[in-house]
Design a protein around this ligand. Structure first.
Ligand code: ADA
Length: 575
């Protein structure tokens, strides 16, 4: 299941997931595996890094077909009848494989999946989250006629109090003939037929139109009104393809130090949420996503940050339906200068950004795009990458603000231990030199955990420094703040790693962040504990990042109740 609703009425869509595939691995004699899942769930493959082979037989119609993979972790080579039809790096972005002129009948789909760290996968590196292995999200194949809709983007806006939508549709002519096609757009009870266009053989074309939807109801977080948008291609008045997506009529705007959602300033009560679960790894099934959503609502949260990569689109569908705001970001966490100058880094980052925005742009809950979490924004070489990626994002979607979560305030900001600045290497600066490039300022700070200082004191120093270095007159978010606790470890001494100490540090953070008029809110680090890569084990008890307010099985710690109570009190206040 790719989405929480059907995305076409004319395509014959076959679900290739939610079933067993043949499986082959040199490390195990398992011969079948369920798709989607992580192979780490298989006895003997719990911590396997390498290549496994997946295979299934598919009945296809004569003509054109498109295979859609929502996520393969984290390098895939896809073969149809032993012919290589696609290669893809990155576990977190969907990719498609278009195959033309297929014969009717049974075909063999084989996927070679690899999760070895190597220079060829620039974004998956040993990290403070696990890069799992497997076909970890949904797979389907859909039959296509002589032309099909590649993407449909719907950007809502208001004019004189009326909702309108800027609709852009990209179609591709798969035939060897010139096609004369018409496009019909249906949205919120309105329907419009665009002028006929001529599409040359084997070419792509983009159509755009503005459709007025006077009866559309505004998408509000407490009243998440959603509407299906449908584009249909007609050839000689015959519908030959259609695409359905879901949107909400709302506006996002940055106005000075505020982020305005339908004209109202946002105050974010958020969590960082990794796609990681003690039972499912990163292949979180819908039922478990629904449980996470229930816990987020119970915590009185109103936002999640998809740290540090694009999410399974079904979770974004849930956020749309539940009115939970989403900061989605392209894949990168804490990469150093050597890693961002990996020869594959730029192309794989651009591919991730393109796939993330092209596929997720219509989600009304998605209010901001992020990238480059804690990458070298304090470095001349880093700034080049920040400029490139932030301008790419803005070019693809000018309707949403951009941000990057920094960890580089001036060393003096970190308080007592850091007051004596360390010598800086060539090309490095004492602090973030990229704050001018983002629409919204975000910093990850850990007062009381990594640095022995109060949140209030660190915030005062941070805001003063940042506002003098490019942050002034921009919204400011604390994008990570929190502390570790081992589930079940209780300490009358409030010792570090106890649930009591985590609750105390988080309480201090909440008091200080929501006590500051300068800030637009918080994303606590983090929602749930999650497995990390072995290389991080010496600073991560249980080889886990234990900063969740719930553990990896979603069992609540003391801090859960601290956050629930505080967020609940904030939710009742008018911003
Ligand atoms: C960083 C990073 C997170 C996580 C966090 C921590 O801010 O962005 O991914 O590693 O630190 O737990 O230390």
């Amino acid at each position: 299941m790719q989405r929480l609703f059907s995305t076409s009425t004319l395509r014959r869509q076959q679900e290739l997931s939610e079933r067993y595939w043949q499986f082959e691995s040199t490390a195990s004699d398992i011969q079948q595996i369920f798709v989607p899942s992580c192979w780490e769930n298989q006895p003997g493959l719990e911590r396997y890094r390498g290549t496994c082979i997946y295979q299934t037989t598919v009945q296809l119609d004569k003509g054109n077909a498109q295979f859609v993979f929502q996520g393969v972790s984290f390098f895939a080579k896809v073969y149809l009848d032993d012919l290589l039809i696609a290669e893809h790096h990155n576990a977190y972005t969907p990719f498609t494989c278009l195959v033309k002129d297929i014969s009717e009948g049974a075909h063999v789909l084989r996927v070679e999946v690899n999760n070895d760290f190597s220079e060829s996968s620039a974004l998956h590196v040993p990290n403070d989250y696990r890069s799992f292995g497997g076909i970890t999200r949904g797979v389907m194949v859909e039959s296509l006629n002589e032309a099909y809709i590649r993407h449909m983007h719907v950007i809502p806006f208001q004019k004189d109090g009326i909702w309108l939508a800027d609709v852009k549709v990209e179609i591709e002519n798969l035939s060897n003939d010139v096609l004369k096609a018409q496009m019909k757009i249906e949205l919120a009870g309105e329907s419009c037929l665009l002028d006929a266009i001529t599409v040359p053989a084997m070419q792509k074309m983009q159509l755009s139109s503005v459709i007025s939807c006077p009866n559309a109801k505004t998408y509000q977080l407490d009243e998440p009104n959603l509407y299906f948008a449908k584009a249909t291609i007609l050839i000689n008045d015959r519908p030959i393809d259609d695409m359905i997506d879901r949107i909400g009529f709302r506006t996002i705007k940055v106005d000075g130090e505020q982020i305005l959602f339908n004209g109202e300033p946002l105050l974010l009560r958020g969590f960082n949420r990794h796609e990681s679960h003690g039972l499912f790894g990163c292949a979180i099934p819908l039922d478990a996503m629904i449980q996470d959503m229930a816990l987020l609502k119970d915590l009185n949260a109103n936002a999640i940050r998809t740290c540090h990569y694009p999410n399974d689109e079904r979770f974004l569908d849930l956020c749309d339906e539940q009115g939970i705001l989403v900061w989605e970001e392209s894949h990168a966490r804490g990469l150093d200068v050597a890693q961002i100058t990996n020869p594959h880094f730029d192309a794989q980052s651009a591919d991730c950004i393109e796939s993330m925005i092209t596929n997720h742009i219509n989600h009304p809950s998605l209010f901001i795009w992020g990238c480059l979490n804690e990458c070298p924004s304090n470095n001349d070489a880093g700034r080049i990458v920040y400029e490139k990626q932030l301008s790419d994002i803005k070019k693809r979607d000018a309707s949403r603000p951009t941000t990057t979560a920094s960890r580089y305030p001036a060393q003096s900001v970190f308080g007592n231990k850091m007051d004596k600045p360390r010598p800086l290497k060539a090309g490095y600066h004492d602090g973030d030199i990229c704050l001018d490039l983002s629409d919204v300022i975000s910093f990850n700070i850990y007062p009381g955990w990594y640095v022995d200082t109060s949140t209030e004191k660190m915030l005062d120093r941070l805001i003063e420094w940042a506002d003098a270095h490019g942050a002034a007159n921009k919204p400011f978010i604390i994008s990570e703040i929190g502390a570790g606790a081992i589930y079940g470890y209780r300490s009358v001494g409030n010792d570090k790693w106890s649930e009591e100490r985590q609750s105390q540090i988080i309480q201090d953070a909440l008091d200080a962040v929501f006590g500051s008029k300068r800030l637009s809110g918080i994303f606590l680090w983090q929602f749930s504990d999650g497995l990390v890569d072995e290389e991080w084990a010496m600073t991560r008890p249980r080889t886990m990042n234990n900063k969740g307010v719930v553990d990896e099985y979603r069992r609540p710690k003391l801090s859960y109740h601290t956050v629930k109570s505080f967020f609940g009190s904030i939710a009742k206040q008018k911003v």
